[in-house]
Design a protein around this ligand. Sequence first.
Ligand SMILES: [Zn+2]
Length: 394
Amino acid sequence: MNQHQRSNEQVRRGNLVRVLSALHYDGPQSRAELTRLTGFYRSTIAALVAELIDVGLASEALPEERLGVGRPSPIVAINTHIVGIVVYPDVDAIIVAVIGLGGVVHKRVRRSMQVGHTPEQTIDVIAEVVTDLHAEFPGPYRFIGLGAAVPALVEAPTRTVTLAPNLGWSEVPFGEMLEARFDTPVVVANDAQLGAIAERQFGPGRGVNHMLYLNGSAGGIGGGAYVHGHAVRGYRGYGAEFGHIVIDPAGPPCFCGQRGCLERFVNRGELLKTMGTPSLDADEFERALIDNQDADLAREIDRQIDWLGDGIATLISSFAPQLIVLGGFLSSLFEARPERLRQRIAQRSFHQLAAHVELVRGGLGSHEVLVGAGERIFETVLTNPAGFGENRAR
Ligand SMILES: [Zn+2]
């Protein structure tokens, strides 16, 4: 191949990625829509669609409903039968899900666990569920990888769970353990970082270059940051631990070694305690927050909103984001007092930096971590669709 042919080949591969991305993120479309979306010639789209169909990543069919007059255009769709398994171990349960290309959650299974389950016990339960899922999703479904979302510090290069305080795990080579058991490519990542990926690609963060994401779970507050469209990762892949911004150095101790961290104050458990209930599902919890007829609960919500606003004000000074997305229970807390949170942030922030920040709820609800893990599983396919065909041929 000479230099000219090589650069043509590079352009063609880039165009293939562009069309596959359009199908993955924007859903099924006609060739005309793809032409408009990508700005490519119709003939280019025809060739690229043919190639995606040939490698098994897309299909084309007439729409089921024929509305209006004239010949309907065939619709090109990504192959949602290309799937990954996502596992999400939490304190008292493990979630296992089947995620397809296109960000489709095909199935979600929750298995209750004893508090204190070890990594080995976790993997045994995952193996049982995965066996069932393989039976439930036979060909044409094709499993191409496994992604673990862990509420933990995860060392990216080694896929080690450095510290998962709620699970009681430390220095667990979880990626290696999963790969040895399941013989498939494995990614392991912090759950909130995955939630951030999902909200940036499929949620309100689409097309936004400077975005922060804060996620509140039973275990604490995690996050993700995008600067110039790139996910910010610190040394060894750590970072965006927004729950550990110190709000009050004289506050209660935190497992991280500090006192008075944001997540000790803005805390789902404290809200539940004030409601007088040990647990509620996400929808019930949100309704209880929004109703808040009880004076004690109303006061606790106000306090948590104010602390959250103080934490966010610090982040605005550090990152100057355009958009802040709130996920998990923070999204429900925000829904209970949107104006109070906006005002608190405005009062406590560097004014010029805060003036244009948009604050919104996540768009994917309880699916965000699963969809984010799917993005990591599908990364190799989405960035090199031609390679997917080559792998298949082997
Ligand atoms: Zn802390």
